[in-house]
Design a binder for this molecule. Structure first.
Ligand SMILES: O=P(O)(O)OC[C@H]1O[C@H](O)[C@H](O)[C@@H](O)[C@@H]1O
Length: 585
């Protein structure tokens, strides 16, 4: 194994930048060197910073590169942001709820879960679901009268934030009367419908986004900075730290020393060599970073039948449970390592798996990691010849959902074909279900379709909570260990704004098990003729229809009646089916 460290050990920068170490094996190292040589000779990095769309596909990439300057803009906005912080300190709030999807919520979620609120400032809750139970749990944790609501949406027209805003504004109005708007902040691009709504409802503050920054690249703009201010995080420190990475990734730093170019070139080279499952291994304290990386990598690269499959929070296994399609990236916090984890990672590297190690000394350096990964993803897009700033297939599921909702508004029922099979309280849908089959034989058939190099995904339209997470995680681990394939877990509708793009538009190597459920309780949406439960059902249906249209191998299991009972039956049958299946890999 050849090892390469991309900064001199005595470099002053190295003390403050992450240390990035590569252990790639000969073939990948050679490809990496070729890419770096080409980038140097052809001045590709200069062209990237000069916003030359030919670096990628020659499309409209130049319109989406304002994230390159987000840190400088953020620094200019520091006085205004500090005024906002002072105002909030006087506001008498006890907590904040951020309403948003995908790029508008995943960055703030990382900040909330890794840095958290400073004392005296507001802990940040996030709602990015239409699941009635999840909305109810979130509401139960809040004192509505003393909650600051942050509605974050670049477009200002995304369905979920729109209806969640209606819901929580009605609650706030019921508690506080017409002054309720003072409890709300909007973060949105100029001229959006949300901006107008915020004005008309006398919101406390409206923070604007930059139209030339896409959602998944927006964390270092107001979309991440305002929630950070709400939590009392020192954003001046974050931006100063991020600025070091911006400088390292700039055109002044030659590709061979440029952390972003190197990481991106490795990602692209690995994907070209069939190692397209980018498996993030994060120190426990940095685990929440993975959900943000997932969106960035999946939405940016997963299109036109190509893409890098991000694998997040899979847990680390023995080398024997992995195929030869993995690139491992170990994101570590120096004082947060334990011996068992280190040994497991060393075993993976010793077994010949390519491994990138990114080591940071303090959590605040995640601000650098945001830019590092943004640059790397843009570079990987260039290496793969992909437009990294669009998301052509997200729209397909949205269109399908819209037409289902229109049918519901007309007929008061969601149009859907009957289940192909009902096994106890579980109803099965999808082409994989055969005549006279059972849940177990259908699962066996689905598993039988998994081939080497595929990935298996659980799409769960239910409350994202610890018990559900534990059960679903155990299911994905069983599949990984038996088939040696990468596995992913997405909660709906959250993942539709993240990995959904890749699942539909990327390579047809995904095998999907969608799990839906009846809702024990439902919540009405003020001013609408439908409930959150209906929206969630339409989103799951629309998602499944698009997966089927795209020829994806997919099964839907709907749990009728009590969710926990149905899930444990599904879990047991899943294990039984796995143990029956003959390995055909
Ligand atoms: O911020 P918004 O306009 O509400 O968009 C939220 C999300 O919507 C879509 O699903 C996009 O695919 C995501 O990239 C985006 O982050």
């Amino acid at each position: 194994m050849s090892k390469l460290t991309t900064l001199d050990s005595d470099s002053q920068l190295r003390a403050q930048l992450p240390v990035q170490t590569l252990d790639l094996g000969n073939d990948l190292t050679q490809t990496l060197q070729e890419i770096v040589r080409d980038w140097t000779r052809q001045g590709t990095l200069d062209r990237l910073w000069a916003r030359d769309a030919q670096v990628w596909t020659g499309g409209d990439e130049a319109n989406w590169l304002d994230w390159l300057n987000a840190v400088a803009r953020g620094r200019e906005a520091l006085p205004a942001l500090s005024e906002l912080g002072a105002d909030l300190r006087r506001g008498g709030f006890t907590a904040a709820l951020l309403i948003g999807m995908g790029g508008s919520s995943l960055g703030p979620e990382v900040l909330a879960k890794t840095l958290g609120a400073e004392s005296g400032m507001l802990p940040l809750y996030i709602i990015d679901s239409t699941d009635p139970a999840q909305i109810a749990s979130c509401e139960a944790a809040l004192d509505i009268e003393r909650t600051l609501f942050i509605v974050a949406s670049k477009s200002g027209s995304t369905l979920e934030p729109d209806i969640l805003l209606q819901y929580f504004l009605a609650k706030a109005k019921a508690a506080l009367g017409p002054a309720a708007g003072r409890q709300f902040i909007a973060i949105t691009d100029p001229g959006s419908k949300l901006e107008a709504f915020a004005r008309n409802n006398s919101f406390r503050h409206i923070a604007t986004g930059v139209p030339g920054i896409g959602g998944r690249y927006s964390v270092l703009s107001n979309f991440g900075l305002v929630p950070a201010v709400v939590m009392g995080i020192n954003i001046e420190h974050l931006l100063t730290s991020a600025d070091l990475m911006v400088r390292n990734c700039s055109a002044v730093t030659p590709p061979a020393q440029n952390l972003g170019v190197i990481l991106g070139a490795v990602m692209g080279a690995a994907a070209r060599a069939g190692r397209d499952k980018l498996t993030l291994l994060a120190s426990p304290a940095l685990l929440p970073f993975g959900a943000w990386v997932e969106q960035l990598v999946a939405e940016s690269t997963g299109k036109h039948g190509l893409g890098i499959v991000p694998v997040d929070a899979e847990g680390i296994g023995m080398p024997a449970v992995y195929g030869s399609d993995r690139l491992f990236i170990d994101l570590r916090l120096e004082d947060d390592s334990d011996q068992a984890r280190d040994q497991a990672i060393a075993a993976l590297a010793n077994a010949g798996n390519p491994m990138v190690t990114i080591s940071i000394a303090a959590r605040e350096q995640l601000a650098q990691e945001f830019f590092h990964w943004e640059m790397a993803t843009a570079v990987a897009g260039a290496v793969l010849g992909i437009h990294p700033f669009d998301q052509p297939d997200v729209e397909a599921a949205k269109i399908q959902t819209k037409s289902l909702m229109a049918a519901y508004e007309r007929d008061q029922i969601l149009p859907q074909s009957p289940a192909v099979l009902v096994d106890g309280n579980l109803a099965l849908f999808g082409a994989v279900v055969g005549n006279g089959a059972s849940l177990e034989s259908t699962l066996t058939k689905l598993f039988g379709q998994i081939r080497q190099g595929d990935y298996f995904v659980l799409l769960a339209y239910m409350e994202m909570n610890d018990p559900h997470m534990a059960l679903l995680q155990s299911m994905r681990t069983l599949v990984r260990d038996k088939y040696k394939v990468a596995t992913c877990l997405g909660f709906g509708p959250r993942f539709l704004h993240s990995t959904g793009q890749l699942y539909k538009g990327g390579p047809n190597s995904g095998v999907f098990l969608q799990i839906t459920c009846d809702d024990d309780m439902d919540l009405p949406i003020p001013g609408r003729s439908y409930s959150f439960g209906t929206v969630k059902a339409a989103q799951a249906l629309g998602d499944f229809q698009v997966l089927a249209e795209r020829g994806r191998r997919a099964l839907r299991v709907h749990v009728k009646g009590e969710l926990e009972t149905g899930l444990s039956v599904l879990h047991r049958t899943f294990i039984a089916a796995l143990s029956r299946v003959d390995l055909t890999l």
